[in-house]
Design a protein around this ligand. Structure first.
Ligand SMILES: O[C@H]1[C@H](O)[C@@H](O)[C@H](O)[C@@H](O)[C@H]1O
Ligand SMILES: [Fe+2]
Ligand SMILES: [Fe+2]
Length: 296
């Protein structure tokens, strides 16, 4: 499972050159004709996305995240299977995403099918892709009906300074934490190398799904759990900010997150995956790595 080189990590340990025509090719532009993750490009989605980040940056505080973690670790809301949850995502719309307006179940399957093409033997990675965004059910009434700013979008640490690389950074000026001297220095309340598991990250679908998977005793490897928990932490995995908070285990896991991110971001397209065709495969993976019913 360790990644041996900077290229595609191959499960047999060889530094093979990959040239199959069936390989996943990342497109240069999104379905709206723009580059991916361009938060300033004028588009039908730009204004809504910016308003989303304004609310997110004002309201996500250290105290808010502390309360959310306390509340949701009870897992006392719903009992259901992973697949049932995938189907629920059909009803969810993500207002933070400039690149996608397809139903979320399509995004899950597009990500999983793309990664499966290039990593046919890493079944844990296929399943990780399938479930990575399931936490977005927090938007639905029976999961608490949280507002968009508390569920989707990129994530960032609380308890230390907000890095400039965070999307629409200017809105942090109205976040009470940015005026708190305990929280607004580079290290804030954290020690160098303390490990990401000791860092408060803005609350949303990543941390919730991590909690659900972990508490329901999934047998997914650590790297899968890390991907689920930090896939929206673009300031770290894209911009390289906050690296001083990582420990050596985080550094290993981050390599897999980099692999995953390509498929999460660039598989977003208008080409739909046929759900019924791929369903039996994913059901078999769910059975391998999860109990039949989970507490949510
Ligand atoms: O808008 C997107 C979307 O909400 C994704 O699910 C999340 O993982 C990304 O980080 C975010 O930028
Ligand atoms: Fe996500
Ligand atoms: Fe995603």
């Amino acid at each position: 499972m360790a990644i041996l080189n900077d290229q595609k990590p191959s499960s047999n340990g060889n530094n093979e050159i990959i040239g199959s025509s069936d390989e996943f090719v990342a497109p240069e532009i999104n379905s709206f004709g723009q580059s991916f993750r361009d938060y300033n490009a004028e588009s039908e989605r730009q204004k809504g996305v910016e308003e989303f980040y304004r609310l997110n940056h004002i309201n996500q505080t250290y105290d808010f995240v502390t309360k959310m973690r306390e509340e949701y670790k009870k897992l006392n809301r719903v009992e259901m299977s992973i697949w049932e949850c995938c189907e629920l995502l059909n009803e969810v719309v993500d207002e933070s995403d400039p690149d996608l307006d397809e139903p979320q179940i399509q995004h899950l399957l597009q990500t999983a099918e793309a990664i499966r093409k290039d990593y046919p033997n890493e079944d844990w990675l296929h399943l990780t892709a399938l479930i990575h965004d399931l936490g977005k059910v927090l938007l639905l009434p029976k999961f608490g009906g949280l507002p968009q700013w508390a569920v989707v979008g990129d994530t960032h640490p609380l308890g230390c300074a907000f890095d400039d690389s965070i999307v629409h950074h200017k809105y942090f000026k109205d976040n009470p934490d940015s005026k708190n001297p305990a929280y607004n220095s580079k290290h804030g309340i954290y020690a160098e190398g303390c490990g990401l598991e000791n860092v408060m990250i803005s609350w949303g679908h990543d941390d919730y799904m991590y909690l659900v998977a972990k508490e329901n005793a999934t047998t997914l490897p650590e790297a899968g759990l890390f991907i689920i928990r930090y896939h929206s932490f673009y300031p770290l995995h894209k911009a390289g900010a906050y690296k001083h908070l990582m420990n050596t285990a985080d550094e290993e896991n981050l390599k897999w997150l980099h692999v995953f991110n390509k498929y999460d971001l660039y598989s977003k397209s208008k080409v739909q995956v046929d759900v019924e065709t791929v369903k039996p495969y994913y059901l078999s993976l769910i059975e391998k790595y999860f109990p039949a019913k989970l507490r949510w």
